[in-house]
Design a binder for this molecule. Structure first.
Ligand code: ZN
Length: 248
């Protein structure tokens, strides 16, 4: 059997520890809900890490053993150490996949990788969201119909201050009239990045089987393709030996 994809599910794990009503939805934390679904997949090897752990659970060793990292943050963005952000950033450039979920749009690591502010509009009114698949050929949309719905969500609306996605997989429509690019792909260096919108902590979004399937698809999509031979991606080697003779 091919080598398993090593996934680290990261969560700040703050809301779940501080609020009883959120703990009721996610007794094992949002990371626990996501990880338990991923662990059922025979091709994945899954661990979790949380912000309160030393080095936020993202040591050099853990990151070296991670093919794809998923990231959920909200209340604790400012508390994430810059040294850890820089370490994750370097790993992404070197090929680690990164799946940024929901309020992770404001995470230091996401903003650093995007180079923009990553702001958006939001509203907490428990409204319906319909996520339209706008690229059914995309591996992240595997197994989905033309759309799927979440009955009660926090709204995120455009304009989402991100660089233009390399690939767009989902656009959300909300009951209150807003729309949002809710499934966006980029590459940075050798690494692939997917931003996926669903996931507000007061709704059972990470118990929804379609949402979990999308995250699983994204993990498989974001896995490094193994190409370490691309000359010049990490350094600037001098190409003083041309491949063909250059006529003077
Ligand atoms: Zn939220």
């Amino acid at each position: 059997m091919a080598q398993k994809i090593r996934v680290t599910v990261w969560n700040e794990n703050i809301h779940e520890r501080e609020h009883e009503h959120i703990r009721k939805i996610y007794p094992e934390g949002m990371h626990g809900a996501i990880a338990s679904f991923l662990k059922k997949q025979p091709d994945l090897e899954v661990r979790t890490a949380t912000q309160e752990q030393p080095e936020h659970g993202l040591t050099e060793k853990v990151l070296a053993e991670t093919d794809v990292l998923t990231w959920w943050g909200h209340a604790g963005h400012d508390g994430v150490a810059d040294a850890v952000v820089n370490r994750v950033h370097a790993r992404v450039l070197d090929g680690m996949g990164l799946i940024v979920l929901h309020s992770g749009h404001f995470a230091k690591i996401f903003r650093k990788l995007m180079g923009t502010n990553c702001g958006l509009q939001w509203r907490e009114a428990g409204e319906k969201e319909r996520l339209w698949v706008v690229d059914s050929s995309h591996p992240i949309a595997a197994g989905l119909g033309p759309y799927f719905e979440l009955p009660h969500t926090e709204m995120y609306g455009e304009q989402f201050d991100i660089p233009k996605p390399d690939e767009l997989v989902f656009i959300s429509w909300f009951e209150g009239g807003n729309v949002f690019r809710s499934g966006c792909c980029w590459s940075r260096g050798r690494g692939k990045i997917f931003y996926f919108r669903p996931g507000h902590e007061t709704y059972p979004i990470y118990h929804d089987q379609t949402v979990l399937q999308v995250i699983t698809n994204a993990v498989r999509w974001a896995k490094f393709n193994g190409n370490t031979q691309t000359c010049g991606i990490n350094t600037c080697p001098c190409a003083d030996q041309p491949l063909e003779p250059i006529k003077k």
